[in-house]
Design a protein around this ligand. Structure first.
Ligand SMILES: O=C(O)CCC(=O)C(=O)O
Ligand SMILES: [Fe+2]
Length: 359
């Protein structure tokens, strides 16, 4: 089956599964305070992990507060995102255009890619994508990073020249370092939440996958009153689920993110000051034998303001081949899936999102 056909079938199955009402409907997204997860007491850490288990087996999305990333760092990074789109010249954007990358890095103009291969409408978002590099890892990494396709860390990110956007790289690196370490902290909580030893994921997140992006959604140009607006007329980012293990999303104060409840309703993930949105992605769903839900979501900016968001898609080391997690299989519930290499899985899914097919 061609890759596009595979992707279409995949999304179709996912949307079908959602409408089959397999899980209970939800009307809101839980908020989990991570403060106790930094406690010396295992019981405290486990209490947070239990809440994560509850959120991941039902909604697949949750907000985290008390996560330790300073508000000033989050605000400064969102400002950098606005500067990237407004201050970087068209020529400078062209020099780092995604077409120069075979790893989906760099500047992505509006309507260049579409996450939903069934949807022929153009997405209004534009973005800037980059991925893990050893220099961005506060631990210094282990020097063994491999890209999605298994190639070695060859500096594949396409950064704007310092003179074109002074301070950009440094600001992004600061935020990225914080989020990466928070993802590793969350891995320990995910392990506890899945009845695994707390350090279970440590040795396979030493050079993790961490594609991140700045996204800009233009203001809505639709003059219809909200109640009459057909969201599909002006989709910012089409209905999709994420591909990796889990996503950490920083959003500004403009709403737009919507999460699909099993009863077919879109639940708004309103921005909460100081909170970061976390969602389970497809690789983790597969790895947990579908115990943890990777939930379909989309973005529609219905406001007259621009919207900025910054997701980071966290994966275990891309060269790691894994089988279904031991705590998610039993005699009554055998593994539904073959062992798979993390990067290969993500690459297959990503490859079908670029409209031009140039990857
Ligand atoms: O912009 C957002 O709020 C969500 C972005 C998203 O879902 C994605 O990039 O996969
Ligand atoms: Fe997403």
């Amino acid at each position: 089956m061609a890759a596009t056909e595979k992707a279409k079938e995949y999304l179709h199955q996912r949307l079908q599964a959602t409408s089959d009402n397999a899980s209970p409907a939800f009307t809101s997204i839980p908020i989990i305070d991570l403060t106790r997860s930094f406690s010396e007491s295992l019981a405290d850490r486990q209490s947070v992990a239990d809440k994560i288990n509850e959120a991941c087996t039902t909604v697949g999305f949750f907000y985290i507060t008390g996560h330790g990333i300073p508000q000033a760092v989050c605000d400064a990074t969102l400002e950098l995102a606005a500067r990237f789109f407004h201050e970087l010249s068209a020529d400078a954007k062209e020099r780092i255009h995604m077409k120069h990358s075979n790893q989906f890095r760099g500047y992505e103009p509006a309507a260049y890619s579409s996450v939903n291969p069934e949807d022929d409408s153009k997405e209004t978002k534009e973005g800037f994508n980059w991925g893990y590099e050893t220099g961005l890892d506060p631990t210094g990494g282990d020097g063994n990073y491999v890209e999605l396709d298994g190639s070695r860390d060859g500096g594949v990110n396409l950064w704007p020249a310092e003179a074109d956007l002074p301070g950009f790289y440094q600001g992004i690196a600061k935020y990225y370092g914080y989020v990466l370490q928070l993802c590793r902290h969350l891995c320990r909580l995910f392990a506890l939440s899945l009845d695994l030893p707390e350090q279970y994921f440590d040795s396979i997140t030493t050079h993790p996958g961490g594609i991140a992006r700045l996204i800009r959604y233009p203001p809505s140009t639709n003059q219809k009153p909200l109640s009459q607006l057909n969201s599909d007329e002006e989709i910012g980012l089409g209905a999709h689920s994420d591909y990796e293990c889990f996503t950490l999303l920083l959003q500004d104060s403009t709403s737009g993110l919507e999460v699909l409840s099993p009863d077919g309703r879109w639940v708004s993930a309103e921005p909460l000051k100081g909170a970061i949105v976390v969602n389970v992605a497809d690789f983790l769903m597969r790895w947990t034998n579908d115990k943890y839900k990777s939930t379909v979501h989309r973005v529609v900016n219905r406001t007259s303001k621009e919207r900025y968001s910054i997701p980071l898609f966290f994966s275990i080391n891309y060269d790691e081949k894994v089988e279904t997690l031991p705590s998610c299989v039993s005699e009554e519930n055998p593994s539904k899936y073959e062992p798979i290499t993390a990067g290969r899985y993500v690459l297959d899914r990503l490859a079908v999102t670029i409209k031009t097919g140039e990857y």
